[in-house]
Design a protein around this ligand. Structure first.
Ligand code: HEM
Ligand SMILES: *[C@@H]1O[C@H](CO)[C@@H](O)[C@H](O)[C@H]1NC(C)=O
Ligand SMILES: CC(=O)N[C@H]1CO[C@H](CO)[C@@H](O)[C@@H]1O
Length: 317
C-alpha cells in the first residue's frame, strides 16, 4: 500500500510540467542513470583544485540561457563561416569550457549520444552553487542543444553600466519579475569583475562627477588600486568570492558594489527594499535564488526535433 502511494507520488512529481513538455525530473533515469551523479562528482573534484570555477560555471549558464535559450549555444566554437557567441566581447572572460568538455567526454563514455550539453551546463551551474555553499535544488532535464550561435545575439546580455530601470526592462523581456532580477544578480556573490567592466566609474564619470557618486569613497580607492594593474585586473564582487553567501547584498548597502549594475539595485528606491531583505535574511536569498534559477534554466529550452544532443559540445553535429 505504502509502496503504491510512493509510486503514485513519484509519477505525479515526474509528470509535473514546466511549460516545457519535453523536460522532466529524472529525465535520464532510464537512459543514463548516473548522469547527475557524474556531473556532481566532477564539479566537486574540479572545485577542490579551482574554487573560482564555481563562478565561471554559474555565469556560463546565465549567458547561455539569455541568448537563444538554454541550449548550449555559448559552447559553440567559431568556424571560418560563423562568428559564434563565444567571440563576443561580453563573453570573453567566461571560464569553464574545458570543464564542460571533460564532463561531456565522461558522459559520452557512459551513455553515448544521450546527455545534452545544455543539460550539462545547467547541472554544473546548479552543483557549483551547492558546493560553493549555496542552496541545493533540483532542475528538470531534457534540454536539447541548439544549432545556432551568432555573435550578434549577445546583445541580449545586460552590460555592466545598465541602471536598474534598464535591468528591469531587459529581465522582464525574458519573463522575470523585478524581485527575480535582483535575486539573480545575487549570483555576483561568486567571482570577480575585471577593471574594464567598471573603470568608467572612477574617472570622468559624468559632466558633474569625476567618480560615480553612488560609490563609497574608500571603495573607489580600492577599485582604483585594482585598476592600477591594468584592464584585466580582477576585483572580487564581495569579500568572499568563492563562497555563496549574502555578502554581496551587504556590500551594496555599504555602497561597495563593483559594477554600476550592482550598485544601482541599492541606489534605486524600487529595488533597495529587496536588497535590504536579502542582506538581512540569507535564508530568504537562498530560497528565492533557487526558485529563480530553476526558472532561468527553463528559458526558451529546445525540445524534441528543435534541437539535438551534440556529440562534441563545441560543434553542431
Ligand atoms: C543583472 C545583470 C547582470 C550584469 C550587468 C552582469 C554583468 C557581469 C559582468 C560585467 C561581469 C564581470 C565580467 C568581467 O569583467 O570579466 C560579471 C561576472 C559574473 N556574473 Fe554577471 N551580470 C548580471 C547578471 C548575472 C546573473 C543573472 C548571473 C547568474 C545567475 C551572473 C553571474 C556572474 C558570475 C558568477 C560572475 C563572475 C564570473 C567569474 O568570476 O568568472 N551575472 N557579470
Ligand atoms: C536609466 O538610463 C536610461 C537611459 O540612459 C534613462 O533614460 C533613465 O532615466 C535611467 N533611469 C534611472 C532610474 O536612472
Ligand atoms: C561585459 C564584458 O565583460 N565585456 C568585456 C569583454 O572583454 C573585452 C575584451 O577583453 C572587454 O573590453 C569588455 O569590456
Amino acid at each position: 500500500m505504502l509502496v503504491g502511494v510512493i509510486l503514485l507520488m513519484e509519477i505525479i512529481i515526474s509528470g509535473i510540467r514546466f511549460g516545457a513538455d519535453g523536460l522532466s525530473m529524472d529525465y535520464y533515469m532510464m537512459t543514463c542513470p548516473f548522469a547527475e551523479a557524474i556531473v556532481k562528482n566532477k564539479v566537486n573534484i574540479a572545485l577542490q583544485s579551482d574554487p573560482a570555477l564555481a563562478a565561471g560555471l554559474l555565469r556560463m549558464h546565465f549567458h547561455d540561457c539569455f541568448i537563444e535559450g538554454c541550449d548550449a549555444s555559448i559552447l559553440i566554437d567559431s568556424t571560418k563561416d560563423n562568428k559564434a557567441e563565444k567571440d563576443s566581447p561580453a563573453n570573453l572572460s567566461l571560464r569553464g569550457y574545458e570543464f564542460i568538455d571533460d564532463a561531456k567526454e565522461e558522459l559520452e563514455k557512459q551513455c553515448p549520444g544521450v546527455v545534452s550539453c545544455a543539460d550539462i551546463v545547467a547541472m554544473a551551474a546548479r552543483d557549483a552553487v551547492f558546493f560553493a555553499g549555496g542552496p541545493i535544488y533540483d532542475i528538470p532535464n531534457g534540454r536539447k542543444d541548439g544549432r545556432r550561435s551568432k555573435i550578434e545575439d549577445t546583445r541580449n546580455l545586460p552590460p555592466p553600466f545598465f541602471n536598474s530601470s534598464q535591468l528591469i526592462t531587459m529581465f522582464r523581456q525574458h519573463g522575470f519579475t523585478v524581485q527575480e532580477m535582483v535575486v539573480l544578480s545575487g549570483a555576483h556573490t561568486l567571482g570577480v569583475a575585471r577593471c574594464s567592466s567598471f573603470k568608467f566609474r572612477l574617472n570622468n564619470f559624468d559632466s558633474t562627477h569625476d567618480v560615480d557618486p553612488s560609490l563609497d569613497s574608500d571603495f573607489a580607492k580600492t577599485l582604483s588600486k585594482t585598476c592600477s594593474a591594468g584592464d584585466d585586473a580582477e576585483q572580487p564582487f564581495d569579500m568572499t568570492r568563492n563562497n555563496f553567501d549574502n555578502a554581496y547584498f551587504n556590500a551594496l548597502q555599504r555602497k561597495a558594489g563593483v559594477l554600476i549594475s550592482d550598485q544601482t539595485l541599492y541606489a534605486n528606491p524600487n529595488t533597495r527594499g529587496i536588497v535590504n531583505g536579502y542582506a538581512l535574511n540569507p535564508a530568504m536569498f537562498f530560497f528565492d535564488f533557487q526558485r529563480a534559477m530553476v526558472k532561468m534554466s527553463l528559458l526558451d529550452v529546445k525540445e524534441g526535433s528543435k534541437g539535438e544532443v551534440r556529440l562534441n559540445c563545441r560543434k553542431i553535429n
